[in-house]
Design a protein around this ligand. Structure first.
Ligand SMILES: Cc1cc2nc3c(=O)[nH]c(=O)nc-3n(C[C@H](O)[C@H](O)[C@H](O)COP(=O)(O)OP(=O)(O)OC[C@H]3O[C@@H](n4cnc5c(N)ncnc54)[C@H](O)[C@@H]3O)c2cc1C
Ligand code: SF4
Ligand code: SF4
Ligand code: SF4
Length: 401
């Protein structure tokens, strides 16, 4: 029987399940809802392929440069409907317009997050926006390999551990593959998110079966750094505050993550993807001036490889990029170079999220997750009064003095 990564180091990347020639590995949710590989003894022939492929056991891959080219950027058509500046969509547009395939994370109608393939620009809306939970890979690495061998252009975007899993699975670099990794704070499980949605449904007192939460945005996309919001019709989104926003409060405080996230081996420079995308938090505020309005979001774009550099050069005319420095990029972006520290009550908080009897209010109060500082109170009230953009503009001005 193969010995795969321990529960502390397994990232759930699914490379082992994808590589197994006997389909002997299934990814099954553990008691916290995180997918773990489980080997079927009856099917396994002990070939050892899964062990050799697992990035948590041996990460022998070429990484990007330790001096990446740093850019700030956005895409004019995607910026206001994406999480930061819409640079993911900018790269995706290039691949799709050449008949290629783009693979990324999508929430389905049951609000389950998993990676899917899209082949048209019209379907980009299925992938746009950060879903702050683990996206299930399923067996999609096999599809990616087929596309690559059919000589199609492929873009894969995911967390760094997923990019690493894909690269180990493929065993070699393909010139028609572009990989994008994200700066990564950590991932909660689909089960915890589902439980939160059920509790939110109750807390908002939406009549069951009548008004069901059908859509969720982890952060509003029409302003940089806005509140999470839900939708009952899939199109209009309503922001949530206080204990109703508990999921994102617990996410920010690193209370819900997979165990491997707290010792993440990808939180460093050099990076594993050709490109790294993140929010360019603090741009223009640390002694390096930036003459453009940042209110609608700015992506941080690191070109880690020659392929990454070429992808930036090939962006369309609706894309804006400006070179910046790595020093500025790292000042407010802790997770590019550091794993998130584990919340001391992480296990109990996850248990309570999964407990049907615990309401969002009770959990928030029990762990002090809804306590707010002055900045958070101002953010919340200015949003409720429709003054968020105005207040943020003043805040940015004062911070950059
Ligand atoms: C779990 C997670 C943690 C993050 N943590 C940080 C952080 O600490 N600091 C920071 O600066 N940025 C972080 N990001 C990245 C940030 O939220 C934006 O995704 C990034 O700035 C790119 O934004 P965009 O506007 O270019 O594209 P968007 O359109 O917003 O990004 C969409 C792309 O992100 C991918 N994606 C979305 N959700 C997931 C997921 N759950 N798993 C894998 N891929 C996903 C999709 O495949 C899609 O390709 C995180 C993203 C995720 C998903
Ligand atoms: S050892 Fe081989 S057959 Fe067994 S689970 Fe791993 S890859 Fe599959
Ligand atoms: S290949 Fe990925 S999912 Fe499989 S054991 Fe290793 S880290 Fe876990
Ligand atoms: S923090 Fe690290 S281990 Fe966790 S999902 Fe992100 S890249 Fe993977």
């Amino acid at each position: 029987m193969p010995i795969l990564a321990s529960i502390e180091s397994c990232t759930g990347c699914s490379a082992c399940a994808n590589i197994c020639p006997k389909n002997a590995i299934r990814m099954i949710a553990d008691k916290e809802g995180f997918s773990q590989p489980v080997v079927d003894d009856d099917k396994c022939v002990n070939c050892g392929l899964c062990e050799r492929t697992c990035p948590a056991l041996s990460a022998n891959l070429p990484w990007g440069t330790s001096t990446p080219k740093v850019n700030a950027g956005w895409h004019n058509l995607d910026r206001r409907i994406s999480s930061s500046g819409g640079m993911f969509s900018a790269f995706a547009r290039g691949i799709l317009s050449e008949g290629g395939s783009v693979f990324g994370a999508s929430l389905n109608s049951d609000l389950l997050c998993r990676h899917i393939e899209i082949q048209t620009i019209g379907d980009l809306q299925l992938l746009r926006g950060s879903k702050y939970l683990q996206s299930e890979i399923g067996l999609i690495f096999r599809t990616i390999k087929t596309r690559l061998e059919d000589r199609k252009k492929v873009l894969f975007c995911g967390t760094p551990c997923q990019v690493s899993g894909l690269r180990k699975f493929l065993k070699k670099d393909y010139e028609n593959l572009l990989t994008i990794d994200l700066a990564c704070h950590g991932v909660p499980s689909n089960a915890v998110f589902k439980s939160y949605i059920d509790k939110l449904q109750k807390s908002l007192d939406l009549s069951p079966g009548n008004q069901k939460i059908q859509g969720f945005e982890f952060r509003r996309r029409d302003g940089w750094g806005m509140f999470p919001s839900y939708s009952v019709d899939g199109s209009r989104f309503t922001p949530v505050y206080g204990s109703n926003a508990l999921y994102m409060k617990a996410f920010d405080k690193s209370a819900l993550f997979r165990k491997s996230c707290y010792s993440c081996s990808y939180a460093k420079i050099p990076r594993i993807g050709d490109i790294t995308l993140a929010d360019f938090w603090g741009i223009g505020r640390h002694g390096f001036s930036f003459k453009y309005d940042t209110m609608n979001g700015v992506s941080l774009v690191l070109a880690n490889t020659e392929k990454g550099l070429n992808a930036i050069k090939s962006l369309d005319e609706e894309s804006f990029v400006e070179e910046r420095t790595l020093d500025e990029a790292l000042i407010e972006n802790h997770n590019l170079t550091n794993a998130s520290p584990c919340h001391p009550q992480r296990d109990e908080i996850i248990r309570d999220f999964l407990n049907e009897q615990m309401s969002l209010k009770k959990i928030g109060k029990k762990y002090g997750l809804t306590n707010r500082n002055l900045k958070e109170i101002i953010k919340e009230y200015s949003s409720k009064l429709g003054l968020f953009s105005f207040v943020k503009r003043i805040y940015n001005k004062v911070k950059s003095l």
